[in-house]
Design a protein around this ligand. Structure first.
Ligand code: SF4
Ligand code: SF4
Ligand code: SF4
Length: 458
């Protein structure tokens, strides 16, 4: 029996086909015609099943998507919207009055809601503004979580610009196994252009100093990461950025495009780019990272590409909240804003800074974890994020590995569902998928093996 499949014509005599079990295969025109006619071909066995095998195919589909049945594992605590930098793409702009700092009482209640998730292992992430400007709330959350967690495991992480870091803070973070991600946009001239201080001066030396210091203090623990944001200035410096990250000796780099929330709209002429310009940058970085890996100079990986390859090659659950269907909003991750309001995710909470409250699912003083999950906003976002029911996506070859973002759709197109095919997000994702599928089918054995390694190793 022929199983459901997706296809895309790549050239005159070449088609790419995929199935719901995330298996991709290139076929020629004759094979494609055979597949469409439902005629079995041994080389296309992944696309057929005997009647007696249907239960095991369904079981495999369920197993690969088991992440959908987990509770929320990622809990994001927005400790403050205040910041000591003035980044051109900042998403934390706040103009609604009051002091945007999480109180100890709000922090404790947020921990109680987060610990109500049925999951045994939770990840608490500290975000801002600059979270270290409210270090007291961070300590309250760590200590409260350790006091109340029972048998649950709680892992902590912090995303920081490091301007308020001190030796005392770093010692506390290390003593409590808090992973640290430093926001560094690459070499000094790029970082300082993107991320000026309020008076316009450089902060690169400071963040670089604390990155190095953290690597020393954390010794062998692989708890220190660095995260760049790609702006127009980055586009012509792909190799320098990759070299910079190799020199930092971090495990991976994340080639993130600019998120449209926050100041990007206002500064688009200075820092923005088209999806194709970003994809050219992505391809140049990836070609270079692969070449450096093959020459033995680095083991650096690119985090999004690795995660997508794990979906294609790995036969295990890959539960990345933004690329699953439905997405992880509320059911996979939750964000607690400084004032106690609870949102579907960090991006949903970012829109609240602009007075858009469509992604608010509750408040730590008024609602339980269960009430947040059952809120109208959570259910609506969940429905809207299903690739299976979106007209843009229902016939897309990448449907089995993709996911929709209702926050993005709402912000850029005015409703939760949107028309993904017209979104920059979709164009970029399609370009990345194309690159990775090409890489996984290249003729060069060493290159192909590296691709498989990224897709199968943890
Ligand atoms: S460090 Fe973060 S919060 Fe601060 S200005 Fe930059 S992007 Fe905004
Ligand atoms: S968002 Fe774009 S790439 Fe993803 S499934 Fe939909 S059409 Fe395909
Ligand atoms: S709404 Fe968007 S940002 Fe939020 S979890 Fe879903 S995909 Fe991620």
């Amino acid at each position: 029996m022929l199983l459901p499949f997706y296809f895309k014509r790549v050239s005159e005599n070449r088609y790419l086909v995929s199935n719901l079990l995330r298996q991709f295969q290139f076929v020629d025109r004759a094979q494609f015609d055979k597949l469409c006619a439902g005629n079995f071909d041994r080389e296309l066995k992944n696309f057929f099943a005997a009647e007696s095998e249907l239960d095991s195919v369904a079981e495999e589909y369920r197993r690969l998507n088991a992440g959908l049945f987990y509770g929320a594992t990622l809990h994001i605590f927005v400790l403050t919207l205040a910041c000591n930098l003035n980044c051109l793409y900042c998403q934390a702009e706040y103009s609604r009055g009051g002091k945007p700092f999480m109180s100890a009482e709000t922090a404790r209640r947020a921990v109680e809601v987060a610990l109500s998730s049925p999951e045994d292992e939770l990840h608490f992430e500290f975000q801002g503004g600059e979270p270290l400007l409210n270090f007291d709330a961070l300590k309250t959350i760590v200590e409260c979580a350790n006091e109340l967690r029972g048998d649950k495991v709680v892992k902590f992480s912090l995303v920081t610009n490091a301007q308020a870091m001190t030796d005392e803070i770093l010692s506390y973070l290390a003593a409590h196994d808090v992973q640290i991600t430093f926001s560094i946009d690459g070499p000094k001239f790029i970082h300082d252009a993107n991320r000026p201080t309020k008076d316009g001066s450089s902060n690169f030396d400071r963040v670089f100093h604390w990155f190095k210091r953290a690597c020393d203090v954390y010794a062998e623990k692989n708890f220190i990461r660095a995260l760049p944001t790609t702006t127009r200035l980055s586009l012509s410096h792909a190799k320098e950025i990759v070299d910079f990250y190799c020199a930092l000796d971090v495990a991976d780099i994340s080639l993130r495009e600019l998120s449209p929330f926050g100041r990007v709209g206002k500064n688009f002429d200075a820092i923005g780019y088209t999806p194709q310009e970003f994809l050219n940058f992505y391809r140049e970085c990836m070609d270079y990272i692969i070449a450096l890996n093959l020459s033995g100079k680095t083991n650096l990986t690119e985090s999004l590409s690795k995660m997508i390859l794990q979906k294609i090659f790995g036969r295990h659950v890959v539960n990345y909240p933004d690329l699953r269907s439905p997405c992880g909003a509320t059911i996979g991750q939750i964000a607690y804003n400084w004032n106690g309001d609870i949102y579907t995710c960090d991006e949903g909470r970012m829109l609240a800074n602009r007075g858009i409250e469509n992604f608010r699912v509750g408040n730590v003083r008024e609602n339980s974890y269960r009430e947040c999950l059952l809120s109208a906003a959570a259910c609506e976002v969940c429905n809207a994020s299903c690739v299976e029911s979106n007209p843009s996506c229902e016939s897309c070859i990448y449907n089995p590995i993709c996911g929709l973002c209702p926050v993005y759709s709402f912000f850029t197109q005015g409703d939760f569902v949107g028309v993904p095919i017209r979104q920059a997000r979709c164009k970029i994702l399609r370009g990345i998928y194309d690159y990775l599928i090409e890489w996984s089918n290249c003729e060069d054995t060493a290159r192909k093996n590296l691709c498989e390694r990224w897709g199968t190793e943890p």
